[in-house]
Design a protein around this ligand. Sequence first.
Ligand code: NAP
Length: 285
Amino acid sequence: MALPIPPPVGTAMLPPDTFAGQVALVTGGGTGLGKAMAVEFARLGARVAIASRKPDHREAGCAAIAAAGTPGVGVEVDIRDPDAVTRLFTTVEAELGPVDILVNNAAGNFPVAAERMSSRAWTSVIDIVLNGTYLCSAEFARRAIERGAGGAILNIGATYAWTGGPGTSHSAAAKAAVTNLTQSHAVEWAPHGIRVNCLAPGKFPHGDLPEQLLALQDPEADARRIPAGRVGEPHELGWAATYLCSPFASYLTGHTLVLDGANWLRRGLVMPEFVPVADQLREMR
Ligand code: NAP
């Protein structure tokens, strides 16, 4: 017995006009989970902007949004660059209108043992996940405060923010900081009508994962490994994201919602033998 399979993709959870007249900006919204979340915002009436570096990713995101019923725009950005982030918001404002909802989804991650990690790899992941999230959030808040408009920010975290992650010390440290930023920003910006929450996904495989991570996917084994008896479906994350940014969550801010089938809480009475991360990564090759 596993936790139930969710209703199928395309099922409405919120009223269809929940985000009518609003603009949602999703960083990294052209692939994987960002795309799944962008689609749910579009399905509920938002005009959606997809921001990322690669044109083919942005095109895929815009096509998915259009299929959900609302035309979207793709805007090129590297969120590590403060000037590019400013240009991003200016472009979205010109094309769709001021941004009401920001989803800080863009991330970089690749497993590597800490002692083998190059300083470039460390800096790159911290720059994208932590600095990029901060730069986009601050730009969003400055503009929303100036307009007196309020809004919602959703950061995408990860459960290894609390546990650390073998082979992912760069990403785990950055996600821990993002969880923390969520709390600081929620307090600072509540007086301006801006809510800030975080969504921490568990295992949500999708076709856009890099090869190294795709090779690790094994649905049958995952069904035995995860207490829920299954992995997450990307549209489930989309439902959670839209709820957290919707008026139905108006009193909810500074919160991190974990959507992972109880996976990060699991413990055995007797733990399995410890395998050093370098050996785990060698086995993955
Ligand atoms: P993904 O497919 O690798 O997506 C990452 C996205 O970020 C890409 O669309 C990429 O687009 C964009 N991006 C990367 N660097 C960027 C930069 N410097 N500037 C702008 N955009 C950039 O990852 P995912 O699996 O969908 O994950 C989405 C989020 O969920 C991430 O925050 C991730 O940490 C989190 N998460 C995922 C899982 C999971 O099971 N999949 C589990 C826990 C947490 P470009 O290459 O076009 O720039």
